[in-house]
Design a protein around this ligand. Structure first.
Ligand SMILES: [Zn+2]
Length: 374
């Protein structure tokens, strides 16, 4: 039985969570709705096809105010979907599908890297690192004048066997502690996973939308903070007071950012540029230990490789933030990039690339400290 006509009633413009007023006619469908799903007005959004409920995608103009974030994305919105439907919408095309998958794949990639490092399975680590190398090779080649040295450095980075077998490098003096490395991996995974969850479930309700957006921002901040741990820790391994100053400073700044972002009003689209400024300023703060570390580390034979990786990371993050703020390309052709190719998806990809570049740099730091010690 096709009862799709039951759901043709025009959505109310303002409040999708309004409880029915006393003069509303309570239809049999509403009675079904109430026992079905947490009081959400599903009948504005669902269609029944042969007994299977299928939720319709909406246009920008049909959205409740809290979902009107990007006016250049015109269609394919999920509105007030129940959690179960939102969960399974990961396998459906809508304007958040690629936002979910880009960071979910990034999360799985970092989970794999973490497991490989924990389990110390060099073969898996090498395989995953090959991906890192293929992304960064061109960026590195452009960066350094001494390309031969850089290439050798990169090969050493991704192929751990080269380090231990073919090169006549002195055996490790000691194995430097890994905890800053795992702090970075944990922070990256938290960011990527919370972002995926946010994009998947924020269509459920206004309350959940606001909560998940905050978690998403906390995730981004956590990733930025934790990214500083490996370079600062390993560069200033022999100078612990600089470790405390820089790690303390970036952690304090991150905590301030998190507290600021937890304010609900700052989660709205109006403050997009402000949020980007906060994130970027944390990044720029990192320039101080980066410049300091570069000077301290200038005689390190892996200097160019490290600079190439870290500059690639900065470039990826900056370009990604540029897309996020400018909402290019959808602003030039509203509606064309609703499903694929809009700015947020591009931003997500650059975030993963930036994290991978930083992962590569961290491996170089680890290898260097394992062999040189303090
Ligand atoms: Zn996102």
């Amino acid at each position: 039985m096709d009862v799709g006509v039951f759901f043709q009633r025009k959505p109310k413009k303002m409040d999708f969570h309004q409880t029915p007023r006393s003069h509303d006619v309570v239809s049999p469908q509403k009675a079904y709705k109430n026992k079905d799903d947490e009081g959400l007005d599903l009948h504005n959004h669902g269609t029944l096809h042969k007994g299977i409920k299928r939720y319709d995608l909406k246009s920008f103009w049909e959205l409740p105010d809290h979902m009107k974030d990007n006016e250049f994305i015109l269609n394919y919105y999920r509105v007030c979907w129940p959690l179960k439907e939102a969960l399974f919408s990961i396998f459906r095309w809508h304007n958040e599908t690629l936002n979910v998958w880009t960071h979910l794949i990034g999360f799985l990639l970092f989970l794999g890297l973490t497991m490989a490092n924990i389990m110390q399975v060099p073969q898996i680590a090498d395989l995953l690192c090959l991906f890192t190398r293929s992304i960064l090779t061109s960026a590195e080649a452009n960066f350094s004048h001494n390309s031969e040295e850089l290439f050798l450095g990169t090969r050493e980075l991704v192929d751990l066997k080269l380090i231990t077998s073919s090169k006549t490098i002195t055996p490790p003096v000691t194995t430097v502690t890994r905890w800053p490395f795992f702090v970075f991996l944990g922070g990256s995974m938290f960011c990527l996973l919370s972002s995926s969850i946010c994009h998947l479930f924020s269509c459920h309700s206004r309350t959940l939308n606001i909560f998940l957006l905050r978690i998403d921002y906390v995730g981004i901040t956590t990733m930025i903070i934790t990214s500083f741990f490996p370079p600062i820790y390993y560069i200033f391994l022999c100078d612990s007071h600089w470790q405390y100053i820089y790690l303390g400073g970036i952690t304090a700044m991150g905590m301030f950012t998190i507290l600021t972002l937890l304010s609900p009003s700052l989660s709205t689209g109006k403050f997009r540029a402000f949020r980007a400024l906060l994130f970027s300023s944390m990044g720029f703060f990192g320039m101080i230990p980066a410049v300091h570390g570069t000077i301290v580390n200038w005689t390190n034979p892996k200097r160019n490789t490290l600079l190439a990786y870290e500059c690639s990371m900065a470039l990826f993050y900056l370009v990604g933030t540029g897309f996020y703020v400018s909402r290019i390309p959808e602003r030039f052709k509203p509606g064309w990039f609703d499903l694929a190719g809009h700015s947020h998806q591009i931003f997500h990809v650059f975030v993963v690339l930036g994290a991978l570049a930083h992962y590569g740099a961290t491996l170089v730091f680890l290898e260097y400290r394992d062999h040189v010690g303090c």
